[in-house]
Ligand binder design. Structure first.
Ligand SMILES: Cc1ncc(COP(=O)(O)O)c(C=O)c1O
Length: 495
């Protein structure tokens, strides 16, 4: 089979012109308003003349924008009447509750398909695989200035070994912020880690022994699966709904026998599903696990990435027994390069602190203090508002592109936060094969089997929206859609 080589990193003159033009930006904004439901199905758009006056752009710019939206299938022109929204937000239906195997199993992750391996071995031009936001989305210059101030005022921090628990100023700031969702911690209950990944490692080591069974959502973050593999822990996949997270009923059944020794979940904007567990479920989850003395390791890395309303509460908000080990990190929100995460480990705090001592001992003091100053300055909230907005825009435009270019039997769940989402394709599609073909054209994504110890979800994939969306991303999604369609057509002709 031969595939056309398309250079996506260097868009041709036409593509470049298109992304840079006013009409394309205007079309993008309107597409978002449609995807997010601000403009509803059947609603009339402003007349060309009105929008041109409102936006101070020419009539032809608005006409071009409306034509672009017509091409995307989002609006239709009705003769003598004007332009109308043609499509609901998310034209595809959402995937259903997952049905993983009911037995716990040893985890084996194939490093071949990890985004880091792919990035090393292939020339990737459009990366939907790594959940790593573009550097331009972070407050780099503000942090650079703060770091300079910190080391100027307190040069002794450079010579400070630090303590395993971390900088008390940073821990105080984290405790202060937790008040926003009702979290009441003392700084002493918080422990600073090398990103969320170290916190996950420490928590699992604190509460399990090799051979133990750990309940996880299905699909689950592959980094977690790698940790389970390295500790020789068995994973028990729990059915999970793309909208509401794991099924509490299934977890209740799975934890009856006493075999499950810990549970690791992402109730807020899980990776890869993007699900958000309702508060009622979080409460039941916390009560159930406390009753059965099963520690809950809660990864709340994406909790700050909500698009609307208030910050969703972590399950920890319902914890009365200290049974929930809450993990988060500033790696996704503020400074990926500082590698600062944290954990409130409840009744396992002391054990986790001992493990931190022998694992990495402490985090760099000047970096911790810089984040503390950033939180103290109020710059964090302003930055988060911009970041959420950027992620929302990126995800909505990606969803619009998928709806436009993927076959109509595609299923996808539009998340309410975060910057990753999950796609389920026709059952005949093999996303490992799809990825091999996509890589030849410089496009990457993460295939479904990487998110499951049973290597399920072969017809599924995760898309990460890491950078501002443009024509080259649309173009990559169009190519992916063609490759998917090709597999479906081949399967139907060989039947
Ligand atoms: C769900 C989840 N947990 C943990 C991590 C690791 O985070 P960190 O970079 O803070 O170590 C990631 C990174 O992508 C993640 O997606």
């Amino acid at each position: 089979m031969e595939f056309v080589m398309t250079d996506l990193s260097l868009p041709n003159a036409n593509q470049r012109r298109k992304t840079e033009t006013l009409y394309f930006q205007l079309a993008g904004e309107l597409a978002q308003a449609i995807q997010s439901g601000v403009l509803q199905l059947g609603e009339k758009l402003p007349s060309i003349r009105k929008l041109s006056a409102q936006r101070q752009v020419s009539l032809s710019t608005v006409m071009e924008a409306y034509r672009e939206l017509e091409d995307r299938g989002l609006i239709e022109a009705r003769p003598q009447s004007g332009f109308y929204v043609q499509k609901h937000r998310n034209g595809f239906s959402a995937p259903e509750l997952t049905q993983p195997p009911q037995q716990a199993r040893q985890v084996v992750v194939d490093p071949m398909w990890l985004p880091a391996t792919l990035a090393r071995l292939h020339a990737i031009k459009i990366d939907f695989g790594f959940a790593i936001l573009a550097p331009a989305l972070f407050p780099n210059q503000q942090l650079q200035r703060l770091l300079a101030q910190v080391t100027r005022h307190s040069p002794e921090l450079i010579a400070d070994y630090g303590r395993p628990a971390g900088d008390v100023e940073l821990r105080r700031q984290i405790a202060r912020r937790a008040l926003n969702w009702g979290g009441q911690f003392e700084a002493e209950e918080i422990l600073i880690t090398q990103g969320a990944i170290e916190a996950l490692n420490l928590c699992l080591r604190a509460v399990t022994q090799p051979g133990d069974v750990v309940a996880i959502e299905s699909p689950a973050y592959f980094g977690l699966l790698q940790i389970l593999e390295s500790f020789q822990l068995k994973a028990l996949e729990i059915p999970t709904h793309p909208q509401t997270g794991i099924s509490i009923e299934a977890l209740e059944l799975a934890t009856r026998s006493g075999e499950v020794k810990a549970c690791v979940l992402l109730p807020n904007f899980s990776n890869p599903l993007g699900s958000l567990m309702p508060d009622e479920n979080k409460k039941r989850l916390v009560e159930l696990l406390a009753e059965r003395h099963i520690p809950l390791i809660e990864d709340d890395l994406y909790g700050e990435f909500y698009y609307k309303g208030d910050r969703p509460r972590p399950a920890k908000a319902f914890d009365k027994e200290g049974n929930v080990m809450l993990i988060s990190s500033f790696t996704k929100t503020v400074a990926p390069g500082f590698r600062i995460g944290w954990v409130v480990a409840g009744r396992h705090h002391q054990k986790v602190e001992q493990l931190k001592f022998i694992n990495t001992f402490s985090n760099a003091m000047p970096l911790q203090r810089t984040i503390a100053k950033f939180l103290e300055s109020g710059g964090y909230d302003h930055h988060l508002r911009r970041l959420r907005r950027a992620c929302f825009d990126q995800v909505m435009l990606a969803v619009a592109a998928i709806e436009r270019f993927f076959p109509s039997d595609t299923r996808l769940h539009v998340p309410q936060g975060g910057y990753v989402f999950w796609i389920e394709l026709n059952a005949v599609v093999d996303t490992l094969l799809l990825l091999q073909h996509a890589l030849r054209e410089g496009i990457s994504f993460t295939p479904g089997p990487l998110f499951s110890p049973s290597h399920s979800y072969r017809n599924c994939l995760r898309i990460c929206c890491n950078e501002p969306w443009g024509a080259r991303h649309d173009h990559a999604i169009e190519r992916l859609g063609e490759l998917v369609q090709q597999q479906i057509s081949e399967a139907t002709t060989t039947r």
